[in-house]
Design a protein around this ligand. Structure first.
Ligand SMILES: N[C@@H](CCC(=O)N[C@@H](CS)C(=O)NCC(=O)O)C(=O)O
Length: 231
């Protein structure tokens, strides 16, 4: 039976933007598992109440409900060890855990700053007030003040991405010769942006751009074919 995944959608059902869900959607393709993706909105907390919390990704598999993208990725390798692994071993997994925190603490906010106003614009009408009030409370300022000057925000993001460049100039994937969960952690941030915003995040010739093309082409162009703006 297909694994069920509750996946955050914008105004249109097929504009799927959640970076935490993108991690898992790529991981499920990597494992070659069948998945049923159910569009979900921020304010539909009842639909995922079985998980005991209010955020996606949530999956249902073999009678179990799981949440949190890192927990789900670990579960997929444990439950399906005979399928391609997301983590090459304990050492790779620990480094990937570091990478996840680096993405969340050093990249996520610069991405958010560039796309936040497009994000709000693209949301389903029933989510807009919730999004604005919950995020403004978290940020301690209005979305407009947080977004600030677009050129400055883009420069900040390009700078934050810098540690990736020497790695991706030498290696086809963050996980090495073949892709792994680290690649999906990073691609997820770009897919988040691309689903919502036409801003070109990378300059031509940036090694991160060549890597992103490769990862978007995986699994029959699954990420590339998603609803969004050109990368
Ligand atoms: N640590 C969690 C974070 C999940 C999360 O924050 N998901 C967002 C969507 S990307 C969400 O559903 N937020 C619900 C809300 O803001 O009410 C994970 O990695 O899965």
């Amino acid at each position: 039976m297909a694994i069920k995944l509750w996946d955050l959608a914008a105004a249109e059902d097929d504009r799927r933007f959640s970076p935490n869900c993108w991690r898992i959607k790529m991981a499920l393709r990597h494992k070659g598992l069948e998945v049923e993706e159910i569009p979900w909105r921020f304010t539909e907390k009842d639909a995922i109440a079985a998980s005991g919390q209010g955020a996606v990704p949530v999956i249902e598999d073999q009678g179990q409900t799981l949440y949190d993208s890192w927990t789900i990725a670990n579960y997929l390798d444990e439950a399906y060890p005979d399928r391609p692994l997301l983590f090459a071993g304990e050492e790779a997994k620990t480094l990937c855990f570091f990478f996840k925190h680096w993405v969340e603490r050093s990249l996520h906010v610069p991405f958010f700053r560039v796309i936040v106003l497009d994000l709000e614009r693209q949301l389903h009408p029933k989510d807009k007030a919730y999004f604005r009030s919950s995020r403004e409370k978290r940020l301690g300022k209005t979305l407009e003040d947080f977004a600030g000057d677009p050129a400055q925000a883009l420069a900040q993001l390009r700078g934050a991405l810098d540690p990736l460049r020497p790695v991706l100039a030498e290696s086809p994937y963050l996980a090495g010769r073949t892709p792994g969960f680290a690649d999906y952690l990073l691609l997820a941030e770009f897919q988040w942006a691309r689903a919502l915003s036409a801003v070109r995040l990378l300059e031509k010739g940036d090694p991160i751009s060549a890597w992103r093309e490769r990862v978007m082409d995986l699994f029959g162009g699954y990420a590339r074919n998603a609803v969004g703006y050109p990368a």
